[in-house]
Design a protein around this ligand. Structure first.
Ligand code: GTP
Ligand code: MG
Ligand code: NA
Length: 321
């Protein structure tokens, strides 16, 4: 059966890994932003969602001449902190995702929160792609901005290529010690059994086209059922935070369904109305401001009061979350 863009929702991808492996920087590189440098101590302390529309992904991957039709409307990526004290946020982020990127620093290999992340992914049976980041730190690396990784690799000296091979094979062994088969994505003949590794640099952008294309292709090839769009709203509170000038706000992830302007929404017994966009289609990250949000709890569901629903019933359901 052929599914078109209108039938599929965007996959949700969570980005996990040890502190300072470059998770936020990778997203900065894809977005063309500089969020990481604005973070206190360069440490991510919350989870946040970024939506990449398919036009952007097509643009970033065009050098790879992907002939396959990319049918998903985009990709929603959830950034998580790698610092050891934020296990709960990693767990919340990974609980929402369809697919994950596990970021490993090529100079460091597997670290404690890499292993914690692996266990989270295993426990939820979530497929993941390894971004083997910071390849530009290999001694003598010749920068090839935003190039596909094999194009960049051809430009490197024999010494760089040898150091790369040596580090990759060491890291594959470390994954094996965690009970996981991994392989460089362009050598991986059995995706699914073996997780793919994409070498990247979040500073100069090598491997970013490969990472994006692999994510989207992999998601739509293996998850058509899961990604089938349905009208029933599925929406989860990601974070509750106080923002100066706005008061208490909630960041929610619209996993499936559509949120319309004027929809009566309920979170944890609190009632309000959704304003801002005419219509938002899953998957999306949304910030909502309203009175009484102080009581909202991260991880709980957001409900919309339907035409035949009794508001009090919906409030009661929401309180049970
Ligand atoms: P937490 O969210 O705090 O766990 O860290 P993170 O994984 O988001 O890493 P972050 O993006 O904060 O990057 C950590 C440091 O590594 C920063 O100084 C980045 O500039 C640097 N960095 C990230 N990616 C790369 C890369 O590909 N190459 C090089 N050379 N440096 C990188
Ligand atoms: Mg970060
Ligand atoms: Na950091």
């Amino acid at each position: 059966s052929q599914k078109s863009e209108s039938d599929l929702r965007s996959p949700i991808c969570c980005i996990l890994g040890h502190v300072d492996t470059g998770k936020t920087k990778l997203l900065d590189c894809i977005r063309g932003t500089n969020v990481q440098e604005g973070e206190a101590g360069g440490i991510t302390q919350q989870i946040g969602a970024t939506y990449f529309p398919m036009e952007n992904i097509r643009e970033r991957t065009k050098q790879l001449k992907a002939d396959a039709k990319l049918k998903v409307p985009g990709l929603l990526v959830i950034d998580t902190p790698g610092h050891e004290s934020f296990t709960n946020l990693r767990s919340r982020g990974s609980g929402l995702c369809d697919i994950a990127i596990l970021v490993v620093d090529i100079m460091h290999g597997l670290e404690p929160q890499t292993k914690e992340s692996i266990n989270l992914l295993k426990s939820r049976n979530t497929e993941f792609i390894v971004a083997l980041n910071k390849v530009d730190r290999l001694y003598g690396w010749k920068t090839c901005p935003n190039a596909p990784i094999l194009t960049a690799m051809k430009e490197q000296s024999k010494d760089v290529q040898n150091e790369f091979k040596m580090r990759v094979s060491k890291i594959i062994t470390e994954f094996m010690e965690q009970g996981l088969n991994t392989e460089l994505y362009y050598k991986n003949k059995e995706m699914g059994e073996t997780s793919s590794i994409v070498p990247t640099s979040a500073i100069s952008g090598e491997g970013i086209p490969d990472l994006l294309l692999l994510l989207v292709q992999w998601a739509q090839r293996t998850m058509v059922e899961k990604l089938t769009f349905h009208k029933e709203l599925q929406c989860t509170v990601l974070e509750v935070k106080v923002i100066e000038g706005l008061g208490t706000t909630i960041d929610v992830v619209l996993v499936n369904g559509v949120l319309h302007e004027g929809d009566q929404i309920v979170v944890c017994g609190m009632q309000g109305s959704y304003q801002h966009h005419k219509e938002l289609k899953a998957a999306q990250g949304i910030k909502i401001t309203a009175q009484g949000l102080e009581q909202a709890v991260a991880g709980t569901a957001l409900y919309v009061v339907g035409p035949d629903d009794d508001v009090e019933d919906v409030k009661e359901t929401a309180m049970q979350d």
